[in-house]
Design a protein around this ligand. Structure first.
Ligand code: HEM
Length: 384
């Protein structure tokens, strides 16, 4: 395989610097080409009122990071189905209902948070590692990406099928704030030179390295861990707008044990077995910032819950279902989630989120183009 000698991509997982390449083994892809539909992006404006501030050369850095990831994907998946660069291993995409509380405090009732409204949604559960073949028992970050369908307004990307996405990982903070450091980290992990890989902790710094290591964890069921947005979002528009973070957790605190002899994909099996028997329930929470000392640019520092409590705004019902079918898994691969699938009332904030506008768009378009697949936010598996 052409990728067998190239270093594995880390995504969130700096520990993988010690591993070698991966060998994917799926049907052949179209040959790598440059994006046939490059898109000029207007880099997001900063909201000084919510204390956002641009880093030097931020937009250029975002583009450089996107280009590194694009090159990696083109090389890694030259003859295979191209997967996501981060979170390529899905445990499944499940249908869900996202029901907003019947009553909400006035300072929460913005955007999609319309009291009493129920949205149909897709939720994709994933592992963070860029190695889609990694066994679930290995420590990793776990992702939960929610896509609300048929939201009332166009989203910030002005796409025809308006969706509101909430993207979360099961750790409260992200390992980087600073675009230049993130770029240096990407250059290090994508280098073929071992010494460059040893430089990763210097690129991330002590705090970033510590967070990267602590983001890795073991779980027994994707429905039983807690997820956080890590980075902030606006809630509301105009003078009432505020900065918030999101979180989601199971309605019940019961946690199953990790199997004694776990199968490679036991998290998919746990999801399948749970939803075969019964509905699952999760809560969606919003954490308004309570002090301007809680930075919107510093995604490495937690807004402590005892100073800024979370409030439940919605209940997520994941009905009993069969999700693990060939059609639905393919549909899941072709979905695109981005923080910028957001109504203006939920605009992403902070440098990491601003860069994600450029990066997620480019990478999603590259992998869809490589696979000759249609990018979709559609409601229906059958539309594929
Ligand atoms: C500059 C920082 C980041 C970069 C470069 C980055 C990069 C990426 C890329 C390229 C993808 C795949 C997109 C696609 O092909 O559709 C992705 C997916 C994802 N990212 Fe990030 N990411 C960053 C920050 C974050 C943060 C802060 C979170 C925290 C919640 C996060 C959570 C996820 C999740 C859960 C997915 C999978 C979404 C899905 O299921 O499709 N990422 N990321």
């Amino acid at each position: 395989m052409p990728n067998s000698t190239r270093p594995m991509r880390l995504g969130l997982l700096f520990h993988a610097i010690l591993l070698t390449g991966i060998t994917a083994n799926v049907e052949a892809n179209t040959p790598p080409v440059m994006l046939t539909s490059p898109k000029d992006f207007i880099y997001p404006d900063v909201d000084l009122g919510l204390s956002e501030s641009l880093y030097p050369n931020e937009a250029t850095t975002a583009k450089e990071i996107a280009n590194i990831i694009e090159m990696t994907i083109r090389k890694q998946y030259a003859t295979d189905i191209a997967l996501r660069d981060a979170h390529p291993k899905a445990h499944g995409c499940v249908r869900a209902e996202f029901k907003i509380n019947e009553t909400l405090p006035q300072n929460m009732a913005y955007g999609v948070f319309i009291p009493g409204k129920t949205y149909q949604a897709w939720i994709r559960f994933s592992n963070g590692s860029s190695n889609a073949k990694q066994a679930d028992i290995k420590k990793d970050a776990r992702g939960m990406a929610i896509k609300l369908l048929a939201v009332p307004e166009k989203n910030l990307l002005d796409e025809p099928a308006a969706t509101q996405d909430f993207i979360m990982i099961n750790h409260p903070v992200f390992f980087a704030n600073d675009p230049a450091r993130y770029l240096s980290f990407m250059q290090d992990i994508n280098s073929d030179r071992f010494l460059k890989k040893l430089h990763v902790p210097f690129a991330l710094g002590a705090k970033g390295t510590w967070i990267a290591l602590n983001t890795r964890n073991k779980i027994s069921n994707p429905l039983q861990t807690r997820y956080w947005s890590m980075v902030p979002y606006q809630l509301g528009v105009g003078t009432h707008r505020q900065a918030v973070k999101y979180s989601a957790r199971a309605c019940s605190s019961v946690v199953s044990p990790i199997p004694a002899t776990p199968q490679k994909d036991f998290l998919r099996a746990a999801l399948r077995t749970t939803l075969q028997d019964r509905d699952a329930c999760m809560e969606f929470l919003v954490q308004p910032r309570t002090s301007s000392s809680m930075s919107v640019e510093d995604s490495m520092t937690e807004w402590k819950e005892d100073q800024a409590p979370f409030y439940k705004v919605a209940t997520i019902r994941i009905p009993q279902q069969v999700f693990d079918t060939t059609e639905q898994n393919k549909f899941c691969e072709n979905l695109s989630f981005t923080p910028w699938h957001a109504l203006a009332e939920h605009k992403p904030l902070g440098a990491i989120n601003r860069m994600r506008k450029v990066i997620y768009d480019q990478i999603s378009r590259v992998r869809h183009e490589m696979n000759s697949a249609k990018q979709t936010n559609s409601n229906n598996v059958e539309d594929q």
